[in-house]
Design a protein around this ligand. Structure first.
Ligand SMILES: C=C(O[C@H]1C=CC=C(C(=O)O)[C@@H]1O)C(=O)O
Length: 422
């Protein structure tokens, strides 16, 4: 995959990292601090982490990509020297990362930045990371990014018809008893008349979807509503989403739609598979797990989802990355049973998912961290003028191809409008 953002060529990956975190006054809008190049982001409700520079990077591929990344990270942590005056999740040494969806997929990377600015619950900090101790830089808010470029979307009728046919083929395979659920995705390319400055869509996504996690790692960006796993002080949390209804734009009508979603047997079935896959994957790692019996309806500006928050207490030493490895791909992005679903995706989807639907997030020196599922997302390609947007839908026996296509359109709205709105 080409990567218009990262330039790891100057990174010395073997030197011990010197890490210093200091408390700072509230820096205001975190995303406004990002420089144009090598920006990294993970923000939620205004809080989170933004970062830039490259102190160390790691890339890999294959079935062992999570274990390889975890081992690389542990080795870096072991030889780092750190002083952290803040001691909050995300302070001290952190790496941002993104994982390919498929074992054969490209794009798995961990990035240790040179500067991280974080805020959580009214406490703000800056972390510097390098091979020597460096003074924290002066923070500058880049307020005016100018007007956006003109963007065209390549989503013609024949591509849309082909995807409907693929969904119909999956329904047939489910009816034939080969599997219970599969998540099928499609992509839409956007072509911009100038290089996309990813900070512009990031700001729009964060402003419009504050309850989602707005992220950027090496040209992969988006605003995901789904938390694959958060590990914090021994507490494991996962927000499972599956089952979707589009919003109408009318609040009263949306309430009725939310009620119908909560009672839709097709959506409840789709959701149950996703919850079961997460609960089964976490069970060996957790004690005292709480898996609510019924989902709640999560309201986003474009769609509503059935949602379940699964929690547990970590049983033994495991990192957020090793938990992500156990959970990926959950049935929210793969299917049930997992092996049959992954095979069917490979056989009929006809799409290189790359980082779409893979874990994206950050890990700290103690192994805690947050890994969302890379949904409502896009990848900058080539020269930075082409952007590939992705969306997928859970397919079960009762799925109707035309409805799934409309649902995928709704899921594309966040990134699509983030690229076009002034
Ligand atoms: C696969 C996607 O969404 C998943 C998450 C929430 C709801 C989903 C659904 O209802 O199909 C999907 O499982 C996507 O946004 O590309």
């Amino acid at each position: 995959m080409s990567n218009p953002i990262a330039d790891p060529s100057s990174v010395d990956d073997t030197a011990p990292l010197v890490v210093r975190t200091r408390r700072i006054d509230d820096p205001g809008d975190l995303l406004a601090l990002l420089p144009p190049d090598q920006a990294l982001a993970w923000v939620h409700g205004g809080d989170g982490l933004v970062a830039w520079g490259r102190a160390a990077t790691f890339s890999t591929r294959g079935a062992d990509r999570f274990a390889d990344a975890d081992a690389w990270w542990r080795a870096h942590v072991a030889r780092s020297v750190s002083r952290d005056d803040v001691n909050r999740p995300g302070s001290g040494l952190v790496a941002f990362g993104s994982f390919a969806f498929a074992d054969r997929g490209e794009g798995t990377t961990l990035v240790v930045p040179e500067v991280v600015v974080g805020r959580r619950d009214g406490v703000s900090w800056i972390t510097t990371i390098g091979t020597t101790l460096s003074a924290p830089p002066t923070l500058t808010a880049h307020d005016d990014l100018g007007s956006g470029p003109a963007v065209d979307f390549e989503d013609d009728d024949s591509r849309r018809a082909r995807w409907r046919d693929t969904v119909a083929a999956a329904v047939d395979r489910i009816a034939a008893g080969e599997l219970d659920k599969v998540v099928l995705a499609r992509s839409v390319d956007a072509v911009s008349d100038e290089v996309v400055d990813v900070r512009r869509p990031l700001r729009r996504l964060a402003a419009q979807y504050p309850s989602c996690w707005t992220f950027h790692v090496d040209g992969f960006f988006g605003s995901t509503p789904e938390m694959l796993v958060r590990l914090e002080g021994g507490l494991v949390t996962s927000r499972v989403l599956a089952g979707t209804i589009r919003r109408s734009g009318d609040d009263h009508r949306d309430l009725a739609l939310a009620a119908s979603l909560a009672h839709s047997s097709k959506d409840l079935e789709e959701h149950e598979y996703a919850v079961a896959s997460v609960a089964e994957a976490l069970a060996p790692h957790c004690t005292g797990m709480n898996v609510p019996e019924a989902p709640f309806v999560l309201h986003l500006p474009n769609v509503m989802h059935l949602a379940t928050d699964v929690t547990g207490v970590l049983r033994a030493d495991a990192s957020a990355l090793s938990l992500a490895a156990a959970l990926h791909p959950s049935a929210a992005v793969g299917g049930t049973p997992r092996p049959a679903a992954v095979d069917l995706i490979e056989e009929i989807e006809g799409l290189d998912r790359a980082r779409y639907a893979g874990p994206v997030g950050w890990i700290g020196a103690d192994g805690d961290g947050e890994w969302g599922i890379g949904l409502r997302s896009a990848q900058l390609l080539d020269d930075g003028r082409r952007v590939r947007l992705f969306a997928g839908c859970g397919i079960v026996a009762d799925s109707v191809p035309a409805d799934e296509l409309a649902e995928s359109d709704a899921k594309l709205v966040p990134v699509r409008t983030s690229l076009t709105e002034a």
